[in-house]
Every structure is written in C-alpha cells, then in structure tokens.
Design a protein around this ligand. Structure first.
Ligand SMILES: Nc1ncnc2c1ncn2[C@@H]1O[C@H](COP(=O)(O)OP(=O)(O)OP(=O)(O)O)[C@@H](O)[C@H]1O
Length: 371
C-alpha cells in the first residue's frame, strides 16, 4: 500500500498557501515521519491524506489509485490521534470493536480481530476496563489496537505519544515500531520531536516555511542536511552556525577567529559554517583565547559550555566532566571535526573534514525516496 503525494498544496483561505508543492513517494510497509516546528503544516498534510480536509492543489494516490477527492471511508486507512479519541463509556474490547461493528462485520470475525489486536498490544488483562481506569500508555495502546483490528494497512498518526511521560514515550516508540514491522503497516507519523523521528522512521520529511526542506533517511538528514534549518533542527545540542567569509589567504574565516582550509576555487562571498558541538575542541592553555564562557551546564558525563566568540557569535561545545569552568573564563577553541559549509542563503554547499572536501551542491535532497 504505497502512497504518492504529487505537488500537494493547501490554502485554507484563498491565496494563503499553508503548504505548497509537497511531493513524496511513501513505500508500502515503511515508517515515514513528517517533522517540523509548530505551525509548519504537519497536521494539515496528514488531514489531507486522510480526507478530513480538501486538497487544494496536486494529486494524492493510494495504492496506485487516484484518491484526491475520495471520501475518507474509501481511502483504506486508519488514524490515531494524540487525544486517543476513545469512547469513555465503552470497555476496551468494545472500543476496539466499534469500527468493525459499525461496518457490519460478522460477529465471529469481529471477535477474532479484536482478540488478536488486544493481544498484540498486551492489553489482555484490561479487556473489560473503561478508558478512565487505564494509564495514558494503556489508552494509547487501545487506540492502536483499534487501528490494528481494522485490518487496514495504512495508519496515519498525529503526535500519538505526546501525552505520555518521557519514560513511557521511549518504551512506546519501540513497541510501536516493532508492531508496525510485524504487521507490515505503512505508517505516516507526524511529530515535532526530532528525536522521535530519528529513532523511529525509515524516511523523514522535514517541513518548514510551507514547503519540504528535505526528505531522507535519519542518517542522511543528520549527516547531509540540505540547509541550515535542517542542520540546526536535528541534533542535541544544536549545530553551531558561524558567519564566515573568504579571507586574503583564500581560506574561510569563521566568526572572525577560526580558520578553515577550503577548496581553492571557492567563490569570494559570505558563507555560514555549521559545526556540531563535538566538532569544536578546547585547545590547551597557551593558545590564543578566542571565546568566553557564558553558561556552564553539567550533563553528567560531560559539560555543555555556552560561550561567545570575540565577534559576539554564540557557540556551544562539550568539555570533560572533571574540568572546572566558570562563567567569564577565556577559552581557546579550535575545529576538530566535520564542518558544513552553507551559502549565505543557508543552502548546503559541501563539507570539509580533516582538510578533505566531501559532497557538493549537486545532490538533489528533495527527490522522491525509494527503499
Ligand atoms: N482550519 C484552519 N483555517 C485556517 N488556517 C488554519 C486552519 N488549520 C490550520 N491552519 C493554519 O495552517 C498552518 C498549519 O497548521 P497545522 O496545524 O497543520 O500545523 P502543525 O505543523 O500541525 O502545527 P502543530 O505542531 O502546532 O500542531 C498554521 O499556520 C495554522 O494556523
């Protein structure tokens, strides 16, 4: 059950496009995450696929059939919401069976499907309880069981884990992923949480500014971000972004302090250089100071230092937990890992690691994905 989005667009009011030109191919049986900040249009896209709101432009195909204007009930998909949408007065069993009864499945088949779905989500001992007597995680499992029992192979999920506490959320990520694989479901999963997308998805679509910023595997998104937005959205702590210019030696000068050797043919222009915190290093005393500590955060095994370069550019970097740093200390910071070079508009150009250049701006990161 593959899904194809061809140049989908949405305007709630004429001329105000909240989404434009959204194209992707979602393979049968894959876990596809849609990620982006609040208001970027994630739920809007999911609702268009579900048929809950009309599609303003483009074409949607489900299982090779045009589905752009199909009523929701004919789209062969189920949906799991953040709010679970359970009936409070019905037992777990009746909640799971509700859709099948409404669609007039034979009683024996309903029982078989419901029993199997409840068993799969490990709720056997809670079958007769009402939702109010269940924990958040158990309620979420009822919602999942309902989707599973329907025997529909496409499941759309909108922030389904966001009401759970941190520990349960992590446990449910694994459970959900295992279940999705076991049942061969095609899942489209909306989240604002980059870690959730990274840990669960086969492919991730990053939405921002009404449009796709990048589609790729979690590793591609992390290691080859298409632009500064994607670069700083994924990874904790965030990637440092430093203003840079080509200096008289034809090297890149970052934040007026750090030098990065780059290809000789680099056009003279302004750039932005991205360095993840672990790509910066603290040089031993005796090296010239180029930054000052602003905050010190103990993370357990490491310390996160927020500092400011002499030109005012903020940076974050890691230090060993046994080092003693105070606010106001002078630091000597150097480059120790991969540097991502973006043009002044934030588009990825190439990467430099150990003096060697990788990649180029000829990689099309928005093309449809195929497993
Ligand atoms: N019914 C509506 N009428 C007009 N504008 C809407 C409507 N629903 C959503 N919008 C607008 O469309 C944009 C996208 O909203 P959407 O809910 O899809 O974002 P989201 O990425 O899911 O956000 P969040 O993570 O906060 O839920 C927002 O600017 C929102 O204000």
């Amino acid at each position: 059950m593959a899904i194809e989005l061809n140049a989908l667009g949405k305007e709630y009011t004429p001329g105000n496009w909240v989404l434009e030109n959204v194209s992707a191919h979602i393979n049968s049986g894959e876990f596809f995450a849609i990620v982006g900040p609040s208001g970027c249009g994630k739920s809007t896209l999911l609702r268009m696929i579900a048929g809950l709101i009309p599609i303003s432009a483009g074409e949607l195909k489900i299982d090779d059939q045009v589905a752009t204007d199909l009523p929701p009930k004919d789209r062969k998909l189920t949906m799991v919401f953040q709010s679970y949408a359970l009936f409070p007065f019905l037992s777990v069993t009746d909640n799971v069976a509700f859709g099948l009864k409404a669609r007039k499945f034979p009683a024996a088949e309903i029982k078989e499907r419901v029993d199997r779905a409840i068993d799969l989500v490990n709720l056997n001992e809670f079958k007769d309880r009402k939702p109010r007597d269940l924990s958040g995680g158990q309620r979420q499992r009822v919602a999942l069981a309902r989707a599973i029992a329907s025997d529909v192979k496409i499941c759309l999920m909108d922030e389904p884990l966001s009401n759970l506490d941190a520990q349960l959320r992590i446990k449910m990520r694994t459970e959900l992923r295992n279940l999705q694989r076991e049942l061969g479901l095609t899942v489209i999963y909306v989240t604002h949480d980059q870690v959730e997308a990274m840990t669960m998805a086969d492919h991730i679509m990053v939405l921002h500014n009404h449009a796709i910023q990048q589609i790729g595997t979690p590793l591609e998104i992390y290691n080859q971000p298409a632009n500064t937005f994607v670069a700083s959205f994924f990874g904790t702590p965030r990637m440092n972004l430093l203003p840079a210019r080509v200096d008289a030696d034809r090297e890149l000068l970052l934040a007026n302090a750090l030098k990065l050797a780059v290809p000789r043919d680099l056009p003279v222009a302004d750039y932005v250089v991205g360095l993840r915190p672990n790509a910066l290093q603290l040089l031993p005393a005796g090296n010239p100071a180029n930054a000052q500590v602003r905050t010190v955060e103990y993370l357990g095994s490491e310390i996160l230092l927020e500092a400011e370069m002499a030109d005012g550019t903020p940076i974050e970097l890691m230090a060993a937990a046994d080092e003693n740093y105070q606010v106001g200390d002078s630091l000597s910071v150097g480059i120790a890992g991969r540097a991502y070079v973006f043009d002044h508009a934030g588009q990825a150009q190439f990467m430099v690691e150990g003096g060697v250049r990788h990649g180029g701006n000829d990689v099309d990161t928005k093309t449809a994905v195929h497993a």
